[in-house]
Design a protein around this ligand. Sequence first.
Ligand SMILES: Nc1ncnc2c1ncn2[C@@H]1O[C@H](COP(=O)(O)OP(=O)(O)O)[C@@H](O)[C@H]1O
Ligand SMILES: O=P(O)(O)OC[C@H]1O[C@](O)(COP(=O)(O)O)[C@@H](O)[C@@H]1O
Length: 303
Amino acid sequence: MIYTITVNPSIDYIVQLPELTLGEVNRMHYDTKLPGGKGINVSRILQQLAVPSTAWGFLGGFTGTFVKDCLVQEKLPADFTTVQADTRINFKIKAQNETEINGAGPKIDAAALASFKAKFDQLQPGDIVVMAGSLAPNLPTHFYKDLIPLIQAHQAEFVIDTTGQALLDTLADHPLVVKPNHHELADLFHVTLTSDDDIVHYGQELLKLGAQNVLISMAGAGAFMITPDQVLRSAAPKGTVKNSVGAGDSMIAGFVGTFAQTHQAQASFETGLACGSATAFSEDLATAAKIAEVRQQIKIETY
Ligand SMILES: Nc1ncnc2c1ncn2[C@@H]1O[C@H](COP(=O)(O)OP(=O)(O)O)[C@@H](O)[C@H]1O
Ligand SMILES: O=P(O)(O)OC[C@H]1O[C@](O)(COP(=O)(O)O)[C@@H](O)[C@@H]1O
């Protein structure tokens, strides 16, 4: 079983207008509300791939009810822990360029935290736990690191999608895969990446620090996959970008979903690429049909 953890879910409020002018009244042409948060996005894509998963995390208030209702409607298995305050709303403004304003999210009280941690008792050997996204404002940066012993005690694997020191701190525990984008990779090592060789070099540093597989995503420029055996590269498929929110989460879902079934890194990379671009070419996250269509275009090369 794959479990996804979204500590800080959201309603993603997608707003479109031709131009955003700061300091003026702006009127939107189109808006939509989607259940958001990185682990939830991973679970929604896994469902499209017919790979079972259960979504864990914290939800609260009327916004939390909206997210829960969306997942019930999609028949997505979930076991969220209730918190008092409202789940956050993240603004995704699509105007002359894309602007995101992500909320801080509600605090997690001690009782909710204890009930959340009790869920880890049900993990079985071979399970995969995907921990993704920002933390609630009152949680320490080592929150994810502290969950790893609860996972590994059951011979389960973990995947982590976070940034900065919180990510670096988990590498020695051998995450199954990490997927910084190229900007996040540069930030991790406090460097400027000026060439593909630079990207591969710093991706290989993540392997040396302990990651089992490394994906470096580069939005419309595609991605690299770096493993101890090979470095692969793929351009991104061509298409009309509609909403790239969740493309990274979709890539992780594709990789993890296929890896759980095949243990083959290259096949997993291919699914990840298809899911990432299929989401970028969709209003909401990708559907199974869109993923299958986009997969036809993928060409992976040895770097
Ligand atoms: N504009 C785009 N065109 C085609 N594919 C895209 C586009 N944006 C994202 N993707 C696909 O999704 C993957 C993840 O997107 P990226 O934006 O790099 O992740 P993140 O959202 O984590 O920053 C990319 O490697 C690519 O395969
Ligand atoms: O937890 P964070 O880092 O604030 O990110 C949450 C946001 O990321 C998303 O999961 C999208 O992430 P990606 O575009 O990186 O795949 C949104 O659904 C959500 O609003």
